[in-house]
Design a protein around this ligand. Structure first.
Ligand code: IMP
Ligand code: MG
Length: 188
């Protein structure tokens, strides 16, 4: 069965099945790496990471393998309605708890310029966590090799993508796959 693609989308880059499989393997890796840890503080970056985080933590909760964790969120703002980073990151929502001596996993949807992740790692790193790692679903090709990504789902070409939490001006977020947005849609 072929599914019709929304006319604003150029092509599907990562299918629903591929995402599901990758999320499972990332969770398996996390459970192995954090085995014995009393509690992992999983921090999602709103809004983009909410779907990835929801799927990831449910994989962490499967019986037998379960990794004890708490979920929290942060929100930052840098793009507004544009598709080009302003380079300035603003903290819009902070964590509810202090993270001193806590194992923290930062869950982010995508890395483009790397400004957002760098800012968040710096901010949280300054609060003396027991450990701080990042788990990112997709990273765009080119540059930002100085950014510390501990767990990466996929690498994609440098195009604007939507779906699985990712948006353009708050649209297309709940598509089950990740697709390239046609340039005309955001160039106009
Ligand atoms: P960076 O700070 O340039 O790395 O951008 C990171 C943030 O910009 C992500 O958390 C996303 O919210 C947003 N972003 C960057 N590229 C895309 C994209 O292709 N689609 C949707 N959101 C994006
Ligand atoms: Mg984001």
């Amino acid at each position: 069965m072929t599914h019709e693609l929304h006319p604003d989308l150029a092509r599907v880059l990562i299918s629903e099945e591929a995402i599901r499989e990758r999320v499972r393997s990332l969770a398996a890796q996390l459970m192995e790496d954090y085995a014995g840890v009393e509690r992992l503080y999983v921090v999602g970056v709103l809004k983009g990471a909410f779907i990835f985080l929801a799927d990831l933590v449910r994989e962490l909760s499967r019986p037998v393998y379960g990794l004890p964790h708490t979920v929290d969120f942060m929100a930052v703002s840098s793009y507004g309605k544009k598709t080009v980073s302003t380079g300035e990151v603003r903290l819009v929502l902070d964590l509810r708890e202090p993270i001193v001596d806590t194992h923290v996993l930062l869950v982010e949807d995508i890395i483009d310029t790397g400004h957002t992740l760098r800012y968040l790692l710096q901010t949280l790193g300054g609060r003396s966590p027991a450990s701080l790692r990042s788990c990112v679903l997709v990273q765009k090709e080119g540059g930002h090799s100085d950014i510390k990504v501990d767990y990466l789902g996929f690498t994609i070409p440098d195009v604007w993508v939507v779906g699985y939490g990712l948006d353009y001006a708050d649209r297309y977020r709940t598509l089950p796959y990740i697709a390239e947005l046609r340039r005309q849609v955001y160039a106009s």
